[in-house]
Design a binder for this molecule. Structure first.
Ligand SMILES: Cc1cc2nc3c(=O)[nH]c(=O)nc-3n(C[C@H](O)[C@H](O)[C@H](O)COP(=O)(O)O)c2cc1C
Length: 273
């Protein structure tokens, strides 16, 4: 059984991390001491004048690796891959100053712009050791859990998180049609409930645009929306897969640049803009 809390414990016990950022297309890696980890993510404090801060402001994608030497030979590594969230909470800043009093020697105070705290709150965390070297990665995500193995993994999640199997996950890159965008936004409702209001606003814009140019989809969209309103996101996703099939059939039926679908696309664009 895998538990997110195991990742949290491991990181707190082995806080010296190597943290990679992207500097354009150049990866950069450096040592960073984890401040602490809890069920909300992995917290770091850095100097705002540092290159890594500039890189993270441009691109919030990050990977951190924590290493515990020992058995099995080579030790155990926890890799956390995710997106950084900057924390501007004054209480947190006072707390980091209390935990790291040496920061005051550098002139840092709670209101100093160079006192920067971030957490990796959304992403994947997985363990590596030599015994499991070539096994599919078992991922636990703060806020969600996914495995990329061939079979269904048994996961125990210790916080209020939702689970989607990898085959059900649609990446942002692949959300390239109106129905797929609806799928993607409902997936976000399921996995990222902190930003539910935003996801709902975007969802209703998407579905209104879809129905406007394809009124025949109304019944299906109503059924999907009912699931969404009752927070049955998993069931909604199942129905949206039908909507994707319907969209696909429309695309096939129409010739060349498939008129209806491009109308839907343009309807979608105008709603988004
Ligand atoms: C084990 C270790 C822990 C470190 N912890 C921190 C830290 O918590 N915050 C920080 O700002 N720098 C920390 N540093 C220093 C940074 O690694 C160093 O400033 C580095 O140059 C920052 O990366 P950059 O030059 O790409 O900005 C640590 C270094 C090591 C080796």
């Amino acid at each position: 059984m895998m538990k997110f809390v195991d990742r949290v414990k491991f990181a707190n016990e082995n806080p010296a991390a190597w943290v990679a950022t992207s500097d354009g297309d150049q990866p950069r890696v450096r040592g960073l001491a984890l401040w602490f980890a809890d069920e909300k993510g992995f917290y770091f404090q850095i100097g705002g004048m540092k290159d890594m801060c500039r890189q993270l402001l441009k691109n919030q994608k990050v990977e951190a690796a924590f290493h515990k030497p020992g058995e099995p030979a080579g030790g155990t590594v926890l890799r956390v891959t995710g997106v950084v969230e900057f924390m501007n909470d004054a209480g947190l800043k006072e707390k980091v100053l209390a935990d790291r009093p040496f920061l005051r020697q550098f002139g840092l105070a709670a209101d100093h712009p160079d006192l920067v705290i971030f957490r990796i709150s959304k992403g994947e965390a997985f363990f590596w050791n030599f015994e499991t070297n070539l096994e599919p990665k078992k991922l636990i995500i703060a806020g969600a859990a996914i495995t990329n193995g061939n079979t269904t993994a048994r996961l125990t999640i210790e916080s209020n998180v939702s689970i989607l199997r990898e085959k059900d996950v649609l990446t942002e890159k692949n959300a390239a049609s109106p129905a797929r965008k609806i799928y993607y936004i409902v997936q976000l409702m399921y996995l990222d409930q902190e930003n539910l209001t935003d996801h709902h606003r975007i969802y209703w814009n998407f579905v209104r645009a879809f129905v406007k140019v394809s009124p025949n989809s109304m019944k299906l969209i109503d059924a999907i929306s009912e699931h969404v309103l009752c927070t049955r996101y998993y069931q909604a996703l199942k129905l949206i897969r039908r909507l994707i099939g319907y969209e696909h059939a429309l695309m096939k039926r129409t010739m060349g640049a498939d008129k209806e679908i491009s109308t839907i696309q343009s309807g979608y664009v105008s709603y988004i803009n």
